[in-house]
Design a protein around this ligand. Structure first.
Ligand code: ATP
Ligand code: MG
Length: 314
């Protein structure tokens, strides 16, 4: 059995003039959580829709769970689950009734459907709310019920398109925990997200998608190193201090510090932010340098993308 559960090569998909996917490649290891991270319109949903057989591809090949998404769409569908941005659960049925209903849709017998519903309610922390209707659920609970519904047949691959968009921090955390538990049962998860922290927390590997292309594949740590997870920023009080401050920043930075004489600011990406901050602060005190400000700044995802995409395509 191949160690990759998704293998896609050269996927291209256009919508009129728009090139949604442009020679897109993807490889996802069995049993992993793999993230597609990218800005709006990058092509993430298109990739998910092609891999789940919901959308036609123009060129390229994709094998999902051992089957070709074009020639063997039916076999692929039997082995995957999908949770889209719209929730699929019915508001008039209780959580348990919803899951039993989905089980029946998937042709489980009555007793099996009930048994599976109870297992999933327990797995997703919903046993206490089994008899309540999802309309009264919090966003996080609702999303967990959705996840449970897509896990009825314990799919080989579960596709999650923006599983936590619109949830508050507590809801996001609940959903993260539910997703983290999925791979224990052997399911591979492919999820799309805009959130760097989410990808960091959940994913074994991340593909950064931009303009329909897979710009880079890496582990969260590897990606952070490339992006520079955090910047150390030191603001001098006078231009004379810029040089020694630059030397201090350089001693803790992962790359060349950048100096902005206009704002008297020196900044650089650092590997271990707290260590860098403490070391730089100690050096500044030891050398009796005067600084107006000293701190860590996390780049926004936009900045990180610009940094990464600019570098990769250079
Ligand atoms: N059915 C469609 N008809 C026309 N254009 C489409 C269609 N689906 C996607 N597109 C276009 O293809 C591009 C990629 O869209 P896609 O939905 O895959 O991006 P995405 O990465 O999922 O974005 P988001 O983060 O906003 O969900 C966009 O420019 C989008 O407008
Ligand atoms: Mg999308």
């Amino acid at each position: 059995m191949s160690s990759s559960v998704i293998e896609a090569h050269g996927l291209t998909r256009r919508f009129g003039e728009t090139v949604a996917l442009d020679d897109f490649d993807l490889e996802v290891a069995r049993g992993s959580v793999h993230g597609l991270l990218g800005p709006n319109g990058a092509g993430k949903t298109t990739a998910v829709r092609i891999l789940t057989t919901l959308q036609r591809l123009h060129t390229g090949t994709a094998i999902v769970a051992g089957h070709d998404v074009v020639r063997e769409a039916r076999q692929v569908r039997r082995r995957i689950g999908l949770t889209g941005q719209q929730t699929a659960v019915d508001d008039l049925l209780s959580a348990r009734q919803n899951l039993v209903y989905f089980g029946r849709l998937f042709r489980l017998g009555k007793a099996d459907a009930r048994k599976r519903a109870d297992e999933l309610l327990a797995q997703f922390g919903l046993a206490g709310s089994a008899h309540r209707v999802p309309k009264k659920f919090s966003g996080g609970m609702r999303r967990r019920l959705d996840l449970a519904a897509s896990m009825i047949l314990a799919p080989d691959v579960l596709f999650l398109d923006e599983p936590t968009t619109g949830l508050d921090p507590a809801g996001r955390r609940e959903v993260w925990e539910a997703i983290a538990g999925l791979t224990a049962g052997g399911t591979t998860v492919l999820l799309t997200t805009h959130y760097l922290d989410e990808a960091d927390r959940l994913c074994d590997r991340i593909s950064v998608v931009d303009h329909g292309r897979n710009v880079v594949d890496d582990t969260p740590d590897g990606l952070k190193r490339r992006m520079g997870a955090e910047r150390l920023e030191v603001m001098a009080t006078a231009p004379e201090a810029l040089e020694p401050i630059t030397a201090v920043v350089a001693s803790v930075a992962t790359g060349e510090p950048s100096v902005e004489p206009g704002t008297l600011t020196v900044s650089a990406f650092v590997h271990d932010p707290v260590d860098a901050l403490v070391t730089a602060a100690a050096a500044i005190r030891e050398q009796r340098l005067e600084v107006a400000d000293l701190g860590l700044r996390r780049p926004t995802l936009d900045e990180a993308f610009l940094e990464l995409v600019g570098r990769e395509t250079a």
